[in-house]
Structures are given as structure tokens and as C-alpha cells.
Design a protein around this ligand. Sequence first.
Ligand code: COA
Length: 474
Amino acid sequence: MVDLYRLFNPRGIAIVGASREPNKIGSVILRNLIEAGYEGKIYPINPNAQEIMGLKAYPSISAVEGTVDVAVISVPAPKVPDVIEDAGKAGVKFAVVIASGFKEVGNVALEEEVVKRAKKYGMRVVGPNVFGYVYTPSKINTTFGPNDIIPGNVAFISQSGALGVALMGTASVEGLGISAIISIGNKADLDDSDFIEYLGDDPNTNLILIYMEGISEGQRFMEVASKVSLKKPIIIIKSGRSEAGARAAASHTGSLAGNYSLYKSAFRQSGILLAETIEQAFDWAKALAWNPLPKGDNVVIITNGGGAGVQATDALADYGITLRRISDTLAANLKQILPPFASLGNPIDLTGLANAEWYYQSISLALDDPNVDSLVVIYCRTGMTDPKEIAGAIKDALKSSKNRKPITVAMIGGEAEYEAMRELTREHIPTYPTPERASASMGAIYRYYYAKKYVEERLKELDKKKLTALERIR
Ligand code: COA
């Protein structure tokens, strides 16, 4: 495993190309790093400046007296090899090369030169053609993206720059807390596998989300991903599904997007969840990052709308989940608190009269029932109820139960329901505006649940085969 500890926990970071002009990329990076609250030393490097943003500027990294573990390089591509040379002499461990103008535009030799010079000094390269990286536990933001990042447990690796930056914003809107964001660009040296492997052991990360155009070392990637997906979910958005998309990926980061169905089967074998859209990836990420894993596959739907319940049932079926009847005990307990016209099947239909108390009671009973493994809770707007109160009931029921089970929620309606959805999201209860998305996200939890079991079995099989081979050698 490549030791990335000092990339994520550096003692000092140099920003090479921090400019006197506030809107140049190097300056935005410097400003973000200062504003993120990074507690190590920050060194702006610019031969033409004495001071930038109140910090002493240095003409080169080798002129810095303190320890520099990371150099973020934001000078034009032709200047990068010399900066790398200087960084290497100064003992820098990681170079994050922001500049574009390498392999993606045909400058293969320049890119190779950068890696060759870095290798000479044992330095590792992130990029080139990247927007930087974030690690919230160390209060690092060396990107030229936004700085309103919510700290949390999801690591995001992006091969695309602009999309990656934009998705930093999406993560905030979705309330998805971030541990790390890594832009890997052309992957001239460090690649997806290196980061996945490291983040697999990172205690601050419980889910890895990746935007990928292509991988080069497929075998290694599968080995690493299989190992890591036993510990935490990996969700990948793989672009280049169509032939035209694959061509676009090639001209974007110089990646070979390859045959989509090959990727699909490799991902499945490695326990990776393949998301087809960004929306799906974020939906799944919330459900998986904020829920425990289920103990079994008995999913129960609680709804106040029959139609929404049917939609949710269909969407679960798309993920291979068939609903079973609720237990007699649960039905009997629900009968005590619900009116006679409530339907005690699965979905449990509380009917349009359902109030906050009914939601609270039925969720509590379902959580306490040992036969129920997970819950999809649906609220459809009615004239008699306040979605805020329903959200409060859901929250209270989860808080007051000693049984933690996976749950996804749908709040369907207008602005008030959206507000209730945001309220639940702030509490890390994965909530969606449609029953299909709530069910699909529950489906993703089960996809991971089975993927993990499958990878465990596959690795055991592989181990057995190795053992047989060993025995034969003896
Ligand atoms: N060491 C340190 N600083 C140096 C330097 C060196 N060897 N040579 C020049 N500088 C200074 C410059 O003087 C300038 O500071 P100033 O504005 O105070 O004079 C600063 O570094 C930046 O250099 P400049 O030549 O103005 O470059 P730039 O900021 O316009 O562009 C890049 C640099 C890297 C941003 C640009 O070349 C680029 O590649 N842009 C695309 C980036 C991108 O999209 N990446 C992928 C994202 S996914």
C-alpha cells in the first residue's frame, strides 16, 4: 500500500504559483487553505512576491526553512518539471499538479518527465490536470472549488475536474458530509487503487464515492476494491457508457473508457456498486453512509398512501427485494393503535388520516419487532397533517428506540415536504422526494449487503484454491 499519511496529515504545504492577483487559481487555492483552518504551516511560493495574503512568500520551496510535505503546483505545465526538481531537493513527499496541458492534449513526454523527476526523489504525484484535494479531519482544502464543505465520512474521488468541483457543491446541498475529496486527473502516478486502498483503512471515511472515466491496471484495481468493499461501500459513477461517451472520456483525461459491460462485471465481482447517474450515486451514498447494515432481508414499508406504497414495492422489486407479510405479533400490536380501516399487510397502510402519533407508534413497533430488518417510511402530503410534525415523529421514533435498523424515508408533496425532507437530512436520516428513490436507496443498501457476502465467499474460494496449489507444491 502506498503510504499517503503525509498527504492527508502534512506538517507543511507549499502553494507554488500563489499569485499576487486574487483571482488566479493559485491564489484561490491559497485562500481556501487558509480559510479551511489548516493548522500546519502554509508557504506561498512566488519568486515575484514578498508576501501574499499576509503570509511570507518564498522564491522556491528549497528556500523554505520548515518541513514541506506537500507541494500544490499551480504554474503553467512547461514550468512544472523544474518545480518538481526543486520540491524533490527540498524533501517534499507529494506533488499535487494542478496544471493542465499534459497527456490529455497529447503532451505525453512532459507528463512522463514530471513523474520521472518526482521518482528520482521518492516523491509521489497527484495528477496532473487536477483541482486539488480536501481532507476535512486535517482542515485541508487545496482546491479552487468552494469552501462550504460539510465535514463527514464520505470520501469522493473524481477523475473529472469541473464535475468534481460542481459535485462538492451538490454534496453540501444534499447534506452529505465529506471526509476527503481527491481530484486524480490524468493519474500519471497515484491512481484510484492507491487512494481506495488508503481510504479503506481511514477511520474518518465510511464510504467511497468515485467518478471514473477509465482505469489502467484492472487486476490490481479489482484486488484492492474487493478488499476494501469488505470494510466499506464503494460507489462508482462510470462514464463512457455509450460509444460516444467513451470517445469524449478519451479526449477529456486521455483515459480509455473501455467496454462498459466489462467494467460492470469487474465491479460486480469486486463488490462495487455501479451507479448510472449522479443523482442515484448521491441517493445511495446517503442511505449507505447514514445507516447500519441490515441483519436480514425483511423490509417493511409504512405509508399513508396506497399508491405510493405500490410504487415503493415495485422499486424494491427492481433491486430483487420481495416484501413478506408482517408477523402476527406486529399486526396485533399495530391493531391496538391504528383504526380498523388501516391495512396491516406489507406495505402497512396507515391511510390518509395518519397523524404524527400513528407514524411514531408504528415505526417504534416495527423497530422493536425482531422480524423486521429495515424500514421504508413514506409520507404523502395531506390537508390534515403538518409534514414537520411527521418528520419530528420519525426522528423521535428512531431516537427513542434501542434498535438501530436501516431506514429510508420519502416525503412527497410540495415546499413544506421539501423542508421536512431537509430537516430529516440534517439529522442524517436519508430522505427523498419520491417513493421510488427511497426504495432504490434501500435497494442499494441490500445490493451492498449481498455484494459484501459475495466478495467474502469469492475471496474464501480464492484462498482455498491457493491452499490447494500450495499443498500440491508440498
Ligand atoms: N514558482 C513559483 N511561482 C511562479 C513560478 C515558479 N517557478 N513561475 C511563475 N510563478 C508565479 C507567477 O509569477 C504568477 O504569480 P503573479 O501573478 O503574482 O505574477 C503565479 O506563479 C502563477 O503563474 P502564471 O504564469 O500567472 O499562471 P496562471 O495562474 O495564469 O496559470 C495554471 C497557471 C496552472 C492555473 C494554468 O497554467 C493551468 O493549467 N490552468 C488550467 C488548470 C486546470 O484547469 N486544471 C485542471 C482542473 S481539473
